[in-house]
Write a protein that binds this ligand. Structure first.
Ligand code: B12
Ligand code: SF4
Length: 523
């Protein structure tokens, strides 16, 4: 039996796929779990964004699978439905399985709307669910009621089997990275891979969908297994490995033990490591930062989220702001690059609140940024709150990447949110990035290529502003942003439903006051 697993090509902001093409770990993990039962191939479409339909057909033709699996996040679901259609057209008999975050959260809706496109939905972590499905399919069984965690098409309707208890991580086979069909994963030109040391988080942040996946839980892999897996990824060419853990600092001792193991094994001689971490987790005992540096960590994606106490409390994040500066300073002191993660657009935000965030970014020594706008992901607690306040402006989930405003605040329209971020946070299209970004410390020629792109884009934007208007330049930027994830000839729709027309002007009354001060003026 042959299985072909696709991850989606959609990236977030237009820059992202240019400097970073990460492999999908979930699919490699599934491949590791079913490889005794079938020949499995993983096709990460992030590597083949230029012509997605051709890449899908090429993979189908070369593998000729008996079963096809698709993985998607919420903003990639629309693409997944289009790829499912291509698969159906190629071979109407090949069953299609959908899995991943969106499938887990939305299985009931998918069963209603996408019932003709998908034959199975695997909910939650799926190494065991998928393995049992494959075994049942191979055995010629056409009823699947015994497979926990599976939703399946039974005639014209879908049946949802009971959920599956969480797995013992020690029992999960290591990911099979050799199952990948294509090469080219990188971050700034360096070989890039993903690995995990734990799953889950028990904290209550209300914008996050993690509890939908694992409930409130935390499980760690055995240390030896993690170290072997990192070595295996290194042998296949990874120079930088991103640890995908939801919250690596949640349980005191976990990260410390990992660092000790990495130091003893000498992993840092072979690969650099990066991970996401919370301010509260690192701030609990800053000595861990030094251990991380010794163990080979070179980048932390730090969940700062917001520097306003009001917003942090609204996100149920706890007031981490007093600790944030200390944690950034300690990471930098240990030469670990800091990518600051921010979320803008909470219900009470006005323009000044957004500027407060930009000022912080301006003065704090961050190396890189991920500045998202609060996104009403389905079934997370924050979404219900936003809906009850009438602040959700778009149900178009293709735009739920965090880089397009789908909410408004009590004071700003969704278009104003996007505009303010574009105007006052030009990082993604600025050569300021050379001063302090992750890139320059990574791979000089990749950085030089990025520089040329940015200079060209900067000149084009300047010309648009001079010849037409600032708003025109902004609309063109957003158009490019939206077009970046249209792979099937769709026309980009640059509209904000709460503002109605693309041409509606930005409110002039609010805008002129918005000037980011020089670093020395900032608090
Ligand atoms: C690592 C990670 C990333 C990495 C790497 C992504 C990659 N290529 O692997 C980076 C940093 C790049 C990233 C970026 C983003 N991410 Co992210 N990310 C994660 C994180 C923390 C772990 C994912 C992971 O590897 N888990 C480990 C593997 C083993 O598990 P898995 O992927 O879930 O796969 C299992 C199951 O889902 C299932 N499964 C998955 N696919 C399939 C397919 C089939 C056929 C079957 C049967 C089963 C199946 O089986 C797998 C094995 O158990 C998750 C949180 C989480 N725990 O899921 C968020 C998460 C997936 N990310 C999220 C988001 C929003 C984003 C961004 C949009 C953020 C942003 N605004 O920039 C971007 C978009 C990325 C892009 N494509 O441009 C959200 C998605 C929410 C949603 N409702 O869709 C999550 C859930 C975070 C959260 N807590 O809310 N992300
Ligand atoms: S700490 Fe991170 S993973 Fe945990 S709930 Fe908050 S945002 Fe989600």
């Amino acid at each position: 039996m042959k299985i072909l697993l696709f991850s989606m090509p959609d990236g977030t902001h237009p820059l992202y796929p240019r400097f970073c093409r990460p492999p999908n770990l979930g699919l490699a993990s599934l491949a590791g779990s079913v490889k005794e039962e079938a020949d499995v191939f993983v096709a990460d479409l992030i590597l083949r964004r230029k012509n997605v339909p051709a890449a899908v057909r090429e993979a189908l033709e070369s593998v000729r699978p008996d079963l096809v699996g698709l993985s998607c996040m919420t903003f990639q679901y629309a693409t997944a439905t289009k790829i499912a259609r291509l698969v159906r057209a190629w071979n109407p008999e090949a069953p299609i399985v959908l899995g991943g975050y969106h499938a887990t959260i939305m299985h009931e809706e998918i069963a209603r709307e996408g019932a003709r496109l998908f034959d199975f939905v695997c909910r939650g972590e799926s190494e065991n669910t998928f393995l049992e499905l494959v075994r049942a399919w191979k055995a010629g069984k056409r009823r699947f009621e015994d497979v926990l965690g599976l939703s399946w098409r039974d005639g014209s309707s879908f049946r949802h089997n009971p959920g599956r208890p969480l797995a013992q991580l020690a029992d999960i086979a290591p990911p099979d990275r050799r199952s990948r069909l294509w090469s080219g994963y990188h971050i700034h030109g360096m070989g890039f891979d993903t690995a995990e040391t734990s799953r889950g988080c028990t904290l209550p942040c209300n914008f996050c969908s993690i509890t939908q996946m694992y409930g409130r839980s935390f499980r760690a892999y055995p240390l030896g297994r993690v170290l072997d897996d990192l070595d295996a990824a290194g042998r296949l060419g990874a120079k930088e490995i991103f640890l995908t853990d939801d919250n690596i600092t949640l349980v005191p001792g976990h990260l410390e033990d990992l660092c000790r193991g990495l130091i003893e094994r000498g992993t840092r001689k072979r690969v650099f490591l990066s991970t996401q971490a919370s301010v509260a987790g690192l701030g609990r005992d800053l000595r861990v930062v030094e251990r991380m540096a010794e163990a080979g960590f070179n980048l932390v994606f730090l969940g700062i989220e917001n520097v306003s106490r009001r917003n942090l409390l609204a996100y149920k994040k706890g007031d981490i702001s007093p600790m944030t500066r200390e944690v950034i300073a300690e990471l930098r002191r240990n030469r670990i690059m800091v990518m600051g993660g921010f979320i803008l657009g909470s219900p009470d935000d006005d323009a000044e609140d957004l500027l407060e965030q930009f000022r912080f970014m301006e003065v704090e020594p961050l190396d890189a940024y991920l500045v998202q706008i609060l996104t009403p992901y389905p079934k997370v607690a924050m979404t219900a709150q936003l809906e009850s306040l009438g602040l959700v402006t778009s149900q178009d989930m293709r735009r739920y990447s965090g880089h397009f405003a789908n909410v408004r605040t009590k004071h700003l329209s969704s278009k104003e949110l996007d505009f303010l971020r574009w105007k006052h946070f030009p990082y993604y299209r600025s050569i300021r990035w050379f001063r302090d970004a992750v890139g320059p410390r990574m791979f000089p020629w990749a950085v030089a290529v990025e520089a040329l792109f940015r200079i060209a884009e900067g000149l084009l934007e300047m010309a648009r502003k001079r010849l037409f208007s600032e708003e025109y330049a902004f609309l063109k930027y957003m158009e490019k942003h939206i077009s970046a994830n249209l792979f099937f000839g769709e026309t980009p729709d640059v509209r904000w439903p709460d503002v109605d027309k693309a041409s509606a002007p930005i409110s002039p009354a609010r805008e002129p006051a918005l000037t980011v001060p020089e670093a020395s003026d900032a608090p």
